[in-house]
Design a protein around this ligand. Sequence first.
Ligand SMILES: *Cc1c(COP(=O)(O)O)cnc(C)c1O
Length: 410
Amino acid sequence: MAKVNEDFLKLAGGYLFPEIARRTRAWQEKNPGEKVLRLGIGNTTEALTPYITSEMHRKIDLLSDRSTYTGYGDEQGDTPLRVALSEMYRREYGVELAPEEFFVSDGAKADAANIQQIFSSDSIVAVQDPAYPVYVDSNVAGGRSLGFDEESLSYKGLVYMPSNESNGFVCTPPETHVDLIYLCFPNNPTGAVATKEQLKAFVDYAIRENAVIIYDAAYSDYIREEGYVHTIYEVEGAEKVAIEINSFSKNAGFTGVRLGWTIVPFGIASDNAPEGTVHRLWNRRQCTYFNGASNIAQSGGIAALSPKGREECRSLVDYYLENARIIKSGLEAIGIKCYGGVNSPYVWAKAPRGMKSWEFFDFLLEKAHVVVTPGSGFGGSGEGFVRVSSYGHREDVIKAVESIVEHIND
Ligand SMILES: *Cc1c(COP(=O)(O)O)cnc(C)c1O
């Protein structure tokens, strides 16, 4: 008799987004004809940009012609795209990475979930609390937890690094030994950004403890202020201890097109493997489980990294940043304490009057007809907050903010 993988059974019900959908649907049924204003999801809403689109059109034309048609590409990604990524890191961040250290993928989420596979199943894993759920869930499914503890609302065996008001939502390294550390800056959900000093503490910890950092930089293009790190490789020594994951989803609007990349430097060593092994294993993993990203998407990626493409991405990001500014200033004007929303598309808003995350969610839905994301769904330290997303058409964002302002004292 076939048995299912019991580590997958340990995953607590995918609670957050289905529950948001359920409550929104229930409200809609009671209030037919009323429009729900959505500031809940991290999904882009604005059109692909002209030059990037034209390059993808051109690729389709090449594929439509027998003499220029191509089939499978390299599992690691097309060389011109890996070269363009390497050059972008040098040009914009002053960081030297070889094209061969870049692995092109169909998005950062899958890489973030899969990377744990090349590490021992008895690795001790540290995550930020609150966090993007993928890091936690992939490690639970990967057999690194004994299950969910209903009392502490956390998985047994994982090390949580609390990110809260007292540390400005930038946690410090664990007090105890861990093997893998997941970090995400600018952070989803809190919008926090990290300075070089703050990240250096993690790199130093990883060097000292022989740990590996998995750094999710999906929102790095949202950083507009000085003093924050765009890539962890700006920190000295990171090329020996850190893997970085990134994506074209949030800066080029590729959430549906699908394209990302992961950097696995040659220089990472681990407890039982010399330099080069981690790189080799990820290469081996990708060649076995993955057959390359869409060639149309990759031509869009190359275009996105050209000077013209970078300019288009910048304007697209500007649009969402302006939405974030509107949300943040609107909420602050009615006395709601807000974090993030600068250098980030997410505003992390503190529920007023001592409300819990889900109470504030229900309040905003009932009174203002606005849907946000309860912070507690990202981890225990998110309790008392909601994540307000800037992904939406400007007119809808303005309407949602006006509605909250009008109904906050209802
Ligand atoms: C949106 C997002 C990504 C991007 O995922 P893709 O699979 O590339 O679309 C990665 N990490 C975080 C934290 C995100 O919010």
